[in-house]
Design a protein around this ligand. Structure first.
Ligand code: 48H
Length: 274
């Protein structure tokens, strides 16, 4: 005999256990694309309280479609250690290029992040930040279907010592912070510089170089780093996204743990940040 009510109780109780443990975080990651999931995984492996808020039902962001819906991605050899660390199978294409199945990659990133203890709250949009004492102090969330339906429903808040904007091209968290608080960012101009046209070589470099804190408490990784700092886009090559996710995890760990970071945090992630 299956009790329908027990099914309902099991789901709601277990969900709220998860939800309650996502209310006070070391790191709130916004966006479950490749950079966000890699960052969340390394932060969780280092024992940090981390949750990923993803507006869509599915995690993986822009990976699934590969290039122009051909579901393979390309990485260069500098990101192979991350693929291996996540148990992602890849094949050499030649001349330092490697390919991986997009569906396999998207699945593995979500699997490893959640296995490490990162909580993923999906179908949940970040629409604002908590802003206190001159710094970003958390995120303001609302269910995506509520947003889509245009219902007049107030959101809820999550406190976080650090917030990572991993929302891709849109860099939504940085945009809302600048729009509402008129803050000056740690970019060349102090403003959001906007993404530049395609140039894979430069784009890959820029996304890694510009990964980091743009305002106290607020970090950017992945395509959001390119968009905020005026980097080129790079098309369906994903190594930069993975390296950026690992780098920002190291930066956040170093900021959370201060001088003790080397003792408590994932050494690889911290090394990647340097
Ligand atoms: C919650 C949100 C919100 C919000 C958006 O786009 P992504 O895959 O991000 P990255 O930066 O990890 O990877 C970028 C890559 O996929 C890509 O687009 C590349 C390499 N492009 C190159 C090119 O030339 O085009 O994932 C971002 C995620 C998505 O899943 C969104 O749904 C989610 O963030 N998101 N989640 N609240 N306000 N906004």
């Amino acid at each position: 005999m299956i009790s329908d009510v027990i099914v309902t109780k099991a789901i709601s109780e277990r969900f709220f256990e998860k939800f309650h443990s996502a209310l006070e975080l070391d790191a709130a990651v916004v966006g479950a694309g490749p950079s966000g999931l890699v960052a969340a995984c390394y932060l969780a492996r280092a024992g940090k309280r981390v949750a990923v808020f993803e507006s869509k039902l599915s995690t993986g962001g822009g990976i699934w479609g590969g290039g122009m819906l051909m579901n393979e991605i390309v990485v260069r050899d500098d990101a192979l250690d991350i693929l291996r660390d996540f148990g992602i199978t890849y094949r050499e294409y030649g001349e330092g290029y490697y390919t991986a199945d997009a569906v396999h990659t998207a699945s593995a990133l979500a699997y490893r992040a959640t296995e490490a203890g990162a909580i993923v709250i999906n179908a949940c949009s970040v629409e604002d930040v908590l802003f206190m004492e001159g710094r970003v102090a958390g995120v303001v969330i609302l269910w995506t279907p509520v947003v889509s339906a245009g219902l007049h429903v107030d959101p809820l808040s999550v406190a976080a010592t650090t917030v990572l904007d991993a929302t891709g091209h849109a860099s939504e968290v940085v945009h809302v912070t600048v729009r509402k608080m008129e803050v000056e960012l740690n970019t060349e101009t102090g403003a959001i510089m906007g993404e530049r046209s395609m140039w894979a070589e430069r784009g890959e470099q820029a996304v890694i170089e510009h990964t980091g804190e743009v305002f106290p408490g607020l970090y950017v990784a992945g395509m959001a780093a390119a968009a905020v700092h005026g980097g080129h886009r790079m098309g369906p090559i994903f190594g930069g996204m993975l390296i950026s996710g690992k780098k920002v995890a190291g930066q956040i760990l170093a900021s959370l743990d201060g001088d003790d970071a080397e003792d408590t945090a994932d050494r690889d992630a911290i090394a990647a940040a340097r």
